[in-house]
Design a protein around this ligand. Sequence first.
Ligand SMILES: [Zn+2]
Length: 134
Amino acid sequence: MSFCILIRKQNKVSDLRLCQGTQCHTYYTQDRLKGQKGSKTYQTRRRSSMYYGGGNFCSTRCQDDWFREYGDKAIDHFGRLTEPKHLTEDNAWHKQYDWNSNDERIYVYRNAITKEQRSLTREQYNDNNYTLNT
Ligand SMILES: [Zn+2]
C-alpha cells in the first residue's frame, strides 16, 4: 500500500518541470522551502507549467537571471545578428480592423511602408494562411 503511494508520488514529481533560473533556489519564499524538519532546503521551483520564457521559468526574475548568465553564449551559439534585418514593402502588410459609422467592423490590409490600404473580408482577416506578404 505505502509502496504504491510512493510510486505515484514519484511519478507526479517527475511530471513537474524545474525552473531553469540559475538563482531560483536562492529566493526565500515559503513554497521553495522543502524537506523534513532539520534538513529543510530552499529548492528550485517545480511546477506543472510555467508562464515565462517559453515555459522554462517561474518568473521574469529567474528568466533575467538565466539570460544574464547565459544570454551572450546562447546568442553566439545560435548566431549573433551582425547586420540589421529589413522589413520591405513586400512584407510590410498587416491586418487591422476599424469601426464604420454603423458600429460594424471594417477589415483592412495596411502596408506599413507604402501606407497602401486594401479591404479584406472577415474570412480573410481570420484566415491565418491568407497573406499579401511574400
Ligand atoms: Zn524560478
